[in-house]
Design a protein around this ligand. Structure first.
Ligand code: AMP
Length: 187
């Protein structure tokens, strides 16, 4: 299963990615988490992305392409993966298609977690990390709308998108995800 989880900051993507990964026995790959680890470890990648990340803007597509390509080539991603936080731009989506083609593989589907904006703001203010100011959170939402939201249409046009109502209890959302994937598997 090669799946993308698409959704705004605060949509619950990370939580659902972890639950699904456990259920399906494949890795959840969070590019945000990979970058945060690089920053914490002070690697050259971490040094490069630190400032952009703390502003709420996106790291450039070329850098992210390298990160994702290297990660998908690792052995544990052979049987499948759940991508959480990548792609975030149309250019990244095109590059992902190319990377998968090179690996003679393709996406099974894109699960889009839909949550009303008012709920998103409430949720991220509640879970904010020490360095997240309200300004940075708002910037993340602006960036999401402008750069990432167009991916919903992109994958819809390619027949890959399944929308899921994310404004429910975690277990209910998780159940809906599995049901959506079950339909895909049996289709
Ligand atoms: P996340 O934990 O997914 O919200 O990611 C945290 C931050 O890492 C984002 O606000 C971006 O600055 C950066 N980031 C993570 N994934 C990507 C990506 N696919 N493209 C660009 N920047 C990213």
């Amino acid at each position: 299963m090669r799946i993308i989880l698409l959704g705004a900051p605060g949509s619950g993507k990370g939580t659902q990615a972890a639950l699904l990964a456990e259920e399906l026995g494949i890795p959840a790959i969070s590019t945000g988490e990979m970058l945060r680890q690089a920053v914490a470890a002070g690697t050259p990648l971490g040094e490069k992305v630190k400032q952009v990340m703390s502003s709420g803007d996106l790291v450039d597509d070329a850098t992210m392409g390298e990160v994702v390509k290297e990660r998908l080539a690792r052995k544990d991603a052979n049987e499948g993966f759940i991508l959480d936080g990548y792609p975030r731009t149309l250019a990244q989506a095109d590059l992902l298609t190319e990377i998968l083609e090179e690996m003679e593989s393709e996406l099974d589907g894109v699960l889009y977690l839909q949550v009303p904006e008012a709920v998103l703001v409430e949720r991220i203010l509640g879970r904010r990390r020490a360095d997240d100011t309200e300004g940075v959170i708002r910037q993340r939402l602006v960036v999401y709308k402008r750069q990432t939201q167009p991916l919903v249409e992109y994958y819809k046009q390619r027949g890959k998108l399944t929308a899921i109502d994310g404004d429910r209890l975690i277990e209910e959302v998780a159940g809906a995800f599995l049901e959506a994937l079950g339909r895909k598997v049996n289709a």
